[in-house]
Write a protein that binds this ligand. Structure first.
Ligand SMILES: *Cc1c(COP(=O)(O)O)cnc(C)c1O
Length: 374
């Protein structure tokens, strides 16, 4: 491969995704739960369609998206698994979703009525998952309004209540008291639904709760981040990060001791050294704020990025090692062998690895897929 085609590339290993999904689905199956993998935000930056296909091959039976458009793109690309989408603005017409068999979420009477109206126009009942706010205070119906929402849904022949569901605020802190408090409210909401004559499925667990709280698996679990191989909980898990961000060296040069490097001259060579120029920068997703505090994997070891990260370029200090133009540079990957990871970037930046991988969906960054053995 030429250096040009590897200027900025994320490589997604679909065999890692299948491995992760198989692990998650088998944990869920121990509790009798099915697995809905979350592929919102273009599969957390990994590409929703290839991820969806790999996940279904590995045992996922449902796919979850944030918007109806995301779900429809999957359906229209031939994905036949059950689809659930949960957050749209009031201008969105649900009728095409109902026609394509996409399950929809309702958190309020307004949303329920818009779905029921779309069902009438589609000429089909809508599959609805009623969302109860158990304490995240984001979307979801407050407990005080829940009996009215449940009664309206139970009475409307245009909607089929498939499930009740909710989302946890602190599942990534396994002993956080809010988890049990939310579980208790979820049970109360379920009791109300049952008393209204409904027999809904239940789903509550994201990746972290799937990994740490088998008692909260209910009928369906909704892992996102763990499917991509990033572990949201403190305990070790056999997850494989699927995304590698790589580039290649375009130029190497010797500089003399005392020479300074990149904008602002923030770094000065203490001795004669070799620099490798890598043609990626903040326009490709390398945060400028990591200038001088990140490493890359190059020539079989970690090496420091020196000086400022520019829009299109960064520089790596290679000491006296001889490296050639075209050599592969890994910005982050699965960490095997000690290379940098998305988690390491996130820790340095004071964020979570979700944000790092999701931000890699960029027009300038080529996305390619690796299958097992290729
Ligand atoms: C994003 C999301 C998930 C997945 O969360 P992870 O922490 O990535 O496992 C599950 N459910 C809902 C409602 C979400 O928005």
């Amino acid at each position: 491969m030429t250096a040009v085609s590897r200027r900025a590339e994320v490589v997604i290993d679909l065999s890692s995704v299948r491995h992760n999904v198989a692990l998650l689905a088998s944990r869920a199956a121990l509790s009798g739960a099915e697995t809905m993998v979350v592929v919102k935000a273009d599969g957390y930056g990994h590409g929703a369609l290839p991820i969806a296909r790999a996940a279904v091959e590995a045992g996922a039976t449902w796919l979850g998206t944030c918007s109806l458009n995301e779900a429809l793109e999957l359906r229209r690309a031939g994905v036949t698994a059950r689809l659930f989408s949960w957050l749209d603005t009031p201008d969105v017409d649900f009728a095409p979703g109902i026609a394509e068999g996409v399950d929809l979420a309702a958190s309020s009477l307004g949303e329920l009525n818009r779905i029921a109206d779309a069902a009438r126009r589609a000429g089909l009942p809508a599959n609805v998952h009623l969302k109860i706010d158990t304490g995240l205070s984001r979307n979801g119906c407050p407990l005080a309004d829940w009996p009215v929402l449940v009664a309206a849904a139970a009475a409307d022949p245009r909607v089929e209540v498939v499930a009740i569901w909710s989302h946890l605020a602190c599942a990534d802190e396994p002993r956080h008291p809010s988890i049990d408090a939310q579980a208790k409210r979820f049970q109360d909401a379920y009791d109300v639904a049952r008393a209204a004559g409904l027999d809904p499925k239940r789903h509550l667990a994201n990746s972290a709760a799937l990994l740490t709280r088998p008692d909260l698996h209910f009928d369906l679990v909704r892992p996102g981040i763990a499917m991509y191989g990033l572990n949201p909980v403190p305990q070790a898990e056999d997850l494989r990060p699927a995304m590698t961000f790589r580039s290649s060296v375009v130029l190497t040069k010797r500089i003399a001791a005392g020479e300074s490097v990149s904008y602002g001259h923030t770094w000065t060579a203490a001795r004669d050294t070799t620099l490798a120029l890598v043609p990626v920068g903040y326009a490709d997703g390398v945060p400028r704020s990591l200038s001088g505090r990140m490493d890359v994997w190059l020539g079989g070891r970690r090496r420091p990025v020196v000086g400022r990260v520019c829009m299109d370029q960064l520089l790596v200090d290679c000491g006296d090692d001889e490296l050639e133009a075209g050599a592969e540079v890994v910005l982050f990957g699965d960490g095997a062998g000690g290379g940098p990871t998305a988690r390491e970037w996130a820790d340095k930046l004071g964020t979570i690895d979700y944000e790092i991988v999701t931000a890699m969906y960029r027009p300038r960054v080529r996305r390619t897929y690796l299958e097992a053995g290729s």
